[in-house]
Structure formats: structure tokens, C-alpha cells
Design a binder for this molecule. Structure first.
Ligand SMILES: NC(=O)c1ccc[n+]([C@@H]2O[C@H](COP(=O)([O-])OP(=O)(O)OC[C@H]3O[C@@H](n4cnc5c(N)ncnc54)[C@H](OP(=O)(O)O)[C@@H]3O)[C@@H](O)[C@H]2O)c1
Length: 262
């Protein structure tokens, strides 16, 4: 599918994958609607996007954990939306028993309910355009990730939701892609919610992590082709295979490796 002239709405467009995606869709000539909580950063992304070729780029400050914000963002996008990139997310690090319940709730409200809330609010506009929802999941939604169990729970839930809701949406003409990166070089780990006394060297590079440009090229390709699932990381494929063969041993090995990198 050609992206020029299509309306692409992106959540979490103020930094990282969402920002790079906005600029990549702009180069394709797509019209953009951007949201996140940081107004200044969003305004800047919208200006750069227009300079790169987006015919229009609206932006709204929006917290995906708030119904009224999401509904207002969807209303600002108009009656037809071609692509919704449900990307906004927050990381979590530390042992589950040391993680405050307010962090547990924030991770689930942002990464899981936030995505469902957006898909729900944009539903009529996506049906009207026979559009496409691109959910940014994670390899943490396909393999166990000790020391990020709440984050993993949010992303596994997205895997379950997309696989279950897809036939429903497809029967109304809306495509649904689960896009699940492995590690990506963004500020994500520096911004994650860390349990008290943990967090360690969040700037240390995750082995095998990919550049944001490479990941976003795969995301834009998914917007053109509308595949059901995309797993852009080779390291992720190894993790999925190890988990399928020996899930408990794989999880224990992962705990040791992650504890060393703390
Ligand atoms: N980086 C990785 O290694 C990696 C790997 C796999 C999957 N992912 C997924 O990729 C997505 C983007 O992450 P990233 O790497 O680009 O990290 P990032 O640079 O921290 O970007 C996260 C984005 O989400 C927005 N956001 C967070 N909470 C929000 C809320 N309540 N309401 C609205 N927007 C919110 C942030 O904007 P504001 O703070 O301005 O609101 C920001 O634009 C996430 O879903 C993440 O789980 C990342």
C-alpha cells in the first residue's frame, strides 16, 4: 500500500521509536497525527516532519492512561484514519516483590490498557478507512523476561489481545499487526520504572540491540504490507526458540544474564 497522503496516527511520538516512525512516515508523504505527554518535544517532531515532506502534522498532548485525552486525540484526527501506530509504552525493571503496586498499575495502564483504549477510540475511524492498527509489542511479549516481569506481562497480554481480536477486526476490514522488537537503542531503559535500589546501568547497551532506524524501516514496511506479526530481531528468534524448547532453563539463564548487567 502507498503511504503518501494516508493519515497515520502515532502514540508516543515524542521520542525513540515513535519519533523516528513519525519522521520516516513523513518522508513517505503521509499525513501525521502525533501524541504523547511532552508538548514541546511533540511540537518539534511535527515541525521536522513537515519539513521532511508530511503534507500535515497535527499533534496533541495526550496521556494514553486517560480516557478523555485519548478520545480528544481520536476526535482531532477526524472521521477516517488509515494507520494507528499504538506505540506509547514504559519499561519496568526490578524484582516483582520489590516493585511498588503503583508502578505495576502504571505499566499495565500504559502498555496494555493504553493500547486497547486507543484501538477502541479509533475503531470507527479505522473501519471507515478500512485501516490498519500497528501495535508495538516486544519480544518480552513472546519470551519470559525475569527482572521485568510486569513489563513482560503487559506485552504478553498484547500478544494475546492481537491474536484474539485480529479476526474480529479483519471481518470489519481493519488489519492488525503485532510488531515485536527486541532491544532497540532508544532512551527507553533510562526512562523505565526501576524498583527502589535497582536500575543499575540503564545506559549499558543491550547485547544484540538494533538501531532505531533499522527497526522503524521494518515498521514502515509493515504499514505497507500489513503482515499479521513482525519480529524484527534475530536475537529475539533465538530467545523464542530457547523458550519453546526449555522454558524454565531459558528463564533461569536469562535471570542470571540480566542480573549480571544490573
Ligand atoms: N527500546 C526498546 O528496547 C524496546 C524494545 C521492544 C519494544 N519497545 C517498545 O517500543 C515502544 C516505544 O519505546 P521507545 O524505545 O521508543 O522508548 P521511549 O523513547 O521511552 O518512548 C516512549 C514513548 O511513549 C510515550 N509515553 C510513555 N507513557 C505515555 C503515556 N502515558 N501517554 C502517552 N505517551 C506515553 C513517551 O512520551 P512522553 O513521555 O512524552 O509521554 C515516548 O514518546 C514502547 O511500547 C516499548 O515497550 C521498546
Amino acid at each position: 500500500m502507498k503511504l503518501a497522503g494516508k493519515l497515520v496516527a502515532i502514540t508516543g511520538a515524542s521520542s525513540g521509536i515513535g519519533k523516528a516512525a513519525a519522521l520516516a512516515f513523513a518522508r513517505e508523504g503521509a499525513r501525521l497525527a502525533l501524541c504523547a505527554r511532552s508538548e514541546g518535544a511533540l511540537r518539534e517532531v511535527a515541525e521536522i516532519a513537515k519539513a521532511l515532506g508530511a503534507p500535515s502534522a497535527i499533534w496533541r498532548a495526550c496521556d494514553v492512561t486517560r480516557d478523555e485525552d485519548v478520545r480528544a486525540f481520536a476526535a482531532a484526527c477526524g472521521p477516517q484514519v488509515d494507520v494507528l501506530v499504538a506505540n506509547a509504552g514504559v519499561g519496568q525493571y526490578g524484582e516483582f516483590l520489590d516493585t511498588p503496586m503503583e508502578d505495576v498499575e502504571r505499566v499495565l495502564e500504559t502498555n496494555l490498557t493504553g493500547v486497547l483504549r486507543c484501538a477502541h477510540a479509533f475503531g470507527p475511524a479505522l473501519v471507515a478507512a478500512q485501516g490498519h492498527v500497528l501495535v508495538v509489542g516486544s519480544q518480552a511479549g513472546k519470551t519470559p523476561v525475569p527482572l521485568s516481569s510486569v513489563y513482560a506481562a503487559s506485552k504478553w497480554a498484547l500478544t494475546g489481545w492481537t491474536r484474539s481480536a485480529r479476526p474480529e477486526l479483519e471481518s470489519r476490514g481493519v488489519a492488525l499487526t503485532l510488531f515485536s522488537p527486541g532491544g532497540v537503542d532508544t532512551a527507553f531503559r533510562e526512562r523505565r520504572l526501576a524498583a527502589p535500589g535497582t536500575g543499575g546501568d540503564a545506559r549499558a547497551r543491550v547485547p544484540g540491540s538494533q538501531s532505531v532506524d533499522r527497526v522503524v524501516a521494518a515498521l514502515v514496511d509493515a504499514a505497507r504490507r500489513r503482515p499479521r506479526e513482525v519480529d524484527p530481531s534475530l536475537v529475539g528468534a533465538v530467545g523464542r526458540a530457547a523458550n519453546a524448547l526449555a522454558p524454565h532453563a531459558a528463564a533461569r539463564a536469562m535471570l542470571k544474564a540480566r542480573a549480571r548487567r544490573r
